[in-house]
Every structure is written in C-alpha cells, then in structure tokens.
Design a protein around this ligand. Structure first.
Ligand SMILES: Cc1cc2nc3c(=O)[nH]c(=O)nc-3n(C[C@H](O)[C@H](O)[C@H](O)COP(=O)(O)OP(=O)(O)OC[C@H]3O[C@@H](n4cnc5c(N)ncnc54)[C@H](O)[C@@H]3O)c2cc1C
Length: 384
C-alpha cells in the first residue's frame, strides 16, 4: 500500500495528538500513525502534572473539559532533606487560578484520541513506524501493522513517538542512575491543593495532590527502587514517611506502584528539511519539576502555529523546519538545563552544596521578582 500526505505524525501520544488537533483547528490535515487503538492505550494510572499554560492549550482544543479528575495545584512547597532553606510558590503570587493540575496520563490520552476520532482533518492509521527516510522533496515513512506493511510519503514527517525509534539520529544521553518510583498514596492530613518537591541526596521526591490522594514520584537508585516496589504497603509507607518527614501525618493506602528508569536524552534534529521531532522524541527529561510533557505540548502548539503560517507548497521546506527549530531553541534548552541542573545540584550530600542550596532556596523566597519569574517560566515557558 502506498500513500501521500502533507503532514505525517509518527505517534499518537499526547504530543502527537495535540499537534494533530491544533493543525485541524488551523484547517490543516495530518495523518497520525499509532500502533495502539484508542481503547488500548489507557494503561495503569500514572498521574502527571500539567502546567496552567498546558491547560490553556488543552482548553483551546476542547480537550480540557474531558479530563477528570484534574486536581488543581495552588501551592508548591520546595525544600531539601537535612538542610536549611525552603520556599513556597503560590498561584496567588503568580496571578493565576492554579500553578498546574494533576491528571491521569492514560485519561489524557483517551480524551485526545476520542477528539481525534471525531475530527475530519485528522486520519489515524494503526501501525508501528519502522523507518523514516528523509528526502529532498518528501520524506518516506515505512510502517507495519500485523503482517501487513506500507509506506507514506509526506512533505513533512513529525516524529512524536516518545523516543522509541530514531537510533540513527545522533543523541546526547545522560543516565542519572535513578529510577522514579511512582504510586498513589493517602495521607493523614488533607492535601489542600499543595504539592511538595523535596530534594534528598538520593534524588528528588515529589508529592502531587491527586483527587483525594497524593501521586508520588520518588527518585532513588535503581536497586533501591526495586526494593521499594517489593515492600509490603505498610513498610513502604514507613520508608516514605522517614524520607519525607511528618508534615502530612502518616502515609497509608499505597496503590499503583511502578518504577521508571530516568535519563536525559536529547536527540539532534539532523537540520535537514522534511523531518522534525517533538516531545520526548526530541528531549526526554528527568521528571523533576514536571516539565517533560509541558515542554512537549508547547513543541506541538508552536509547530502547529508555524505550519498554519506556512504556505502549503513550503510545508517541510528547509526554511520552514529551520524556523520551527529556532523558535523552540530557547524553551527547549531552558527546560533541559533547568531539570539537569536541579538533578545534579540537589542529588548529593556535599556540605558546601547543601549550604549553597539552602541559601538559594531562602533567597528565592525572599526576592519576589525572582520567585515570580521562576514560577511563570515553569508555567508558560520563555513566552510567559
Ligand atoms: C515517572 C514519570 C513522571 C512524569 N511526570 C511528568 C509530569 O508530572 N509532568 C510532565 O510534564 N511530564 C512528566 N513526565 C514526562 C511525560 O510523561 C513525557 O514527557 C510525555 O509522556 C511525552 O509525551 P510524548 O507524546 O512525546 O511521548 P509518549 O507519551 O511516550 O507517546 C509516544 C507515542 O508514540 C507511539 N509510538 C511508539 N513507537 C512508535 C512507532 N514505532 N510508530 C508509531 N508510533 C509509535 C506510542 O505508542 C505512544 O502513543 C513524567 C515521566 C515519567 C517517566
């Protein structure tokens, strides 16, 4: 089977789906190639924090109202274990109704897939892409679906596969030697829409308000993560309380435990026309400060805006691809640098660094313009 299209999107995850929907709003058609059917993608609960800026994107695509539950984060308490210094970031100081929201990743995907299925501008094809071949006038996408295979030629191929393919593109990878243990936990005290980011020598520990509970993202050494996942729930809750402290009372009701390896992977765009990368396919970040998906959604939104401005004959041209990459450079390098610096600077127990971190956290709380700049940058990216 052979086919042609203006734009092919490899991967119908949140970033690929948002791109297809935003293109549709601009009257531009796209073909999405995704191996999983809409009713086969929800998977186990994995809460993710979306910034208020991401909410605005999803609102404009009529997707936000379909997400439930979406628990508002109005306060973020940042601290370090066994060290001084803390800061409270608040939606009020940022002049926003919320700094962000915690939603279920699977629920988000299901909502976006439902919207895509109803849109005339987007065609979703079931298949796993095996190869993307850039060319001068068009790029070729080869895919397989069961025993069948096929190819599509497009003016522009957008790789949004979460980083699954693309080993033929050069990439820069850092293995943080940390795994994220995720779980949904209950606490003695109510969350009052407050998230916690607590830096420990082993890695950051985040608690995100999620419905009536907390979603935990706890970064530790891989062997410790395996041990934590294997503990009986009550022992896990004790370990968590030992690490986090007693601010929320006792932990209980531990559910949905899983571990994810954590890396930084930045895949270079070849600089050639016809192929660009968005979301995790371009940059896979450590989940500290919950930046990865938010950055990916801004990738998708900005690419759709760039394509809406581009004359149909110039879609995928060298100039159009370069304009998109230039537009995303600051936000991407900021997100990569910010998360990498947090992980490296905070995941240790060196006394001079501990003191410097304490001073930095205290200073951030005492200098409102600096605090508000950091907050708005985290929420909206550099176009705050
Ligand atoms: C523990 C953890 C916690 C996180 N918490 C947060 C958070 O709080 N906030 C935040 O912003 N980010 C968070 N992230 C990061 C976030 O999950 C990712 O940035 C986000 O999922 C990337 O979306 P994506 O659409 O680019 O890729 P994915 O979500 O990986 O989707 C990729 C899609 O491509 C499809 N695909 C794969 N291979 C192929 C192929 N060969 N052909 C076609 N399609 C293919 C897949 O089926 C999938 O549908 C977290 C990550 C982890 C690991």
């Amino acid at each position: 089977m052979s086919n042609t299209a203006d734009v092919v999107i490899v991967g119908g995850g949140p970033v690929g789906a948002v791109l297809a929907l935003a293109l549709g709003n601009a009257g531009r058609a796209a073909v999405v190639v995704e191996p999983h059917a809409a009713d086969d993608i929800a998977g186990p609960t994995r809460p993710v924090a979306l910034s208020y800026g991401s909410r605005l994107i999803l609102d404009r695509l009529d997707a936000w109202a379909r997400l439930a539950p979406a628990t508002a984060i109005t306060h973020i308490h940042v601290s370090q274990r066994s060290g001084l210094g803390r800061v409270m970031l608040t939606a009020r100081n940022a002049g926003l109704p919320a700094l962000g929201y915690v939603v279920d990743y699977g629920g988000l995907r299901t909502a976006l897939a439902g919207l895509l299925a109803a849109r005339a501008h987007a065609r979703v094809m079931r298949g796993a892409v095996t190869k993307v071949v850039p060319g001068h006038d068009r790029a070729r996408v080869e895919y397989s679906c069961g025993d069948a295979s096929g190819q599509i030629e497009a003016k522009l191929v957008v790789i949004a596969d979460g980083g699954a393919i693309g080993d033929d593109f050069p990439s820069h990878t850092v293995d943080y030697r940390q795994n994220a243990v995720v779980a949904v936990v209950s606490t003695e005290k109510p969350h009052r829409n407050t998230a916690f980011e607590r830096f420990t020598p082993a890695g950051p520990l985040a608690l995100l308000p999620y419905d009536e509970h907390y979603a935990l993202v706890w970064s530790v050494a891989p062997e410790h993560a395996q041990a934590l996942c294997g503990l009986p729930a009550a022992e896990f809750a004790c370990e968590l309380e030992r690490e986090f402290g007693g601010r929320l009372g006792a932990f209980s009701g531990v559910a949905q435990r899983a571990a994810f390896p954590l890396i930084l992977k930045v895949t270079a765009d070849s600089g050639s026309p016809r192929v660009v990368r968005v979301g995790n396919a371009a940059q896979t970040l450590h989940p500290v400060a919950g930046q990865g998906l938010n950055l990916g959604l801004r990738d998708a939104w900005e690419l759709a805006a760039e394509l809406a401005r581009t004359a149909p004959r110039d879609i995928g041209s060298s100039a159009a691809c370069s304009a998109f990459r230039a537009r995303r450079r600051l936000d991407r390098s900021g997100g990569i640098g910010f998360t990498d610096a947090l992980v490296r600077g905070f995941s240790n127990d060196l006394a001079p660094l501990r003191t410097a971190r304490g001073i930095a956290l205290t200073a951030l709380g005492c200098v409102p313009p600096a605090r508000d700049f950091v907050m708005r940058r985290m929420v909206f990216g550099p176009r705050a």
